[in-house]
Design a protein around this ligand. Structure first.
Ligand SMILES: [Zn+2]
Length: 390
């Protein structure tokens, strides 16, 4: 695998190397958090299957024409699909549909290979397929076209139909070690050592996200501001908390868009940030209007923002707990270490622990389609209050 681009996932890469050598199953499901390296691994597999290097162990070589075309997203037999449009869903698509979807991908796979080798379909964010799209994909998996490998990349398995999952060979990508991400950033020349240390921690084991953020200095700054605004809730009155959390939800969706719109490992570089209606100011303006109006932001988008904020909030609470335990070197938010340390001394451990449990429940409620605003309001009011230092 001389030209493989995956870094930090030795077991998954070894499994892919075996598929390239011995033949891949027709469907593969790669799961792991956003930015951990799923699409990069899928491209390594696609390149390896199309590669023309003599030695199978060297594939993907990274040098031959086929490898170069795959890595440039231009190989005629490697088809990619990613969520598009408002709500960022993968739809069924097909003739006459405005958005490319699963049916278009299946149509691409119906033709004989242009280059005479393997045909590969990569579906990025497959967990965002809607019901119709999943139904169409299932049909294809039940009667797969000969010589076709379909790779699904998903942040989470649960949204994908069990009947689809059971037809896939599953490979899970776990978080990459902090030290390893620092080395990857250095190898890419993406960040100097102090910045690499901060990015490696804040992106929690996701090298793809670390590289994207290295190229967008605004992202780390915005993330730190959000972290600070959550810490500041400790001293805020209830009404202020409710307003702040809506503003934070708007800011976090803009931050998520930064992570998604750039980056080498994204399947479809043409995906643009969502247009006007999902503008990140709408959650904040809803709070200013007393919270009674209907938000202009699509529901799926608001839920994703709430999920991202719950994730960041978990990091904030985790950092405070680590500071209390004297494990400050393991915190995610290195830039807010002083603030976290001060707060750790002012909050009682069992209160923070109870809040972390509440964050877990919030994740389940959001997955169960409970209103994102309700979930965030509940968290804002439940966040611990500062007590007098002993
Ligand atoms: Zn090659």
């Amino acid at each position: 695998m001389d030209g493989a681009r995956t870094q930090g996932h030795p077991a998954a890469l070894a499994a892919v190397a075996r598929m390239i050598r011995d033949g891949a199953t027709h469907a593969i499901l790669l799961t792991g958090p956003e930015g951990v390296g799923k699409t990069t691994l899928a491209q390594d597999l696609a390149a390896g299957l199309c590669c023309t290097a003599d030695d199978p162990a060297a594939r993907p070589c990274g040098d031959c024409r086929a490898c170069r075309l795959v890595f440039a997203d231009r190989h005629p037999d490697v088809h990619q699909l990613a969520p598009e449009g408002v709500g960022r869903q993968i739809v069924i698509g097909g003739p006459g549909a405005r958005t490319r979807g699963i049916r278009d991908l299946v149509a691409d796979l119906a033709f004989a290979p242009v280059e005479g080798g393997a045909r590969v379909a990569i579906v990025a964010s497959a967990d965002r397929m809607n019901e119709d799209a999943q139904g169409a994909l299932l049909k294809t998996l039940e009667e797969p076209p000969a010589g076709v490998v379909i790779v699904l990349c998903a942040d989470a398995e649960e949204p994908i139909l069990p009947t689809i999952r059971s037809r896939c060979r599953r490979i899970r990508l776990g978080p990459v070690a902090t030290r390893e991400i620092e080395m990857i950033l250095a190898e890419h020349g993406a960040a100097d050592p102090p910045l690499a240390a901060r990015l490696a921690r804040v992106t929690a084991g996701r090298p793809g996200l670390a590289i994207r953020w290295a190229g967008e200095p605004e992202a780390l700054r915005a993330r730190n501001e959000l972290h600070r605004s959550l810490l500041d809730l400790t001293d805020a009155r209830p009404a202020e908390r409710l307003t702040s959390v809506r503003v934070a939800a708007g800011a976090v969706s803009a931050l998520t868009a930064v992570g998604e719109r750039t980056g080498p490992s994204r399947a479809n570089p043409a995906v643009e940030p969502d247009p006007g209606p999902s503008d990140d100011s709408s959650m904040g303006s809803q709070a200013e209007g007393g919270g009674a109006g209907t938000s202009r932001t699509p529901a799926a988008e608001r839920r994703r923002a709430a999920e991202a904020l719950v994730g960041l909030w978990s990091d904030v609470a985790r950092d405070i707990t680590l500071c209390r335990l004297g494990l400050a070197s393991d915190v995610r938010g290195l830039d807010l270490l002083d603030e976290s340390t001060v707060l750790a001394a002012a909050l009682e451990t069992h209160v923070v622990t109870a809040f972390i449990e509440r964050l877990g429940r919030a994740g389940l409620l959001l997955a169960g389609n409970v209103s994102p605003e309700l979930v965030l309001d509940d968290l804002a009011l439940a966040w611990p209050r500062r007590v007098a230092a002993a």
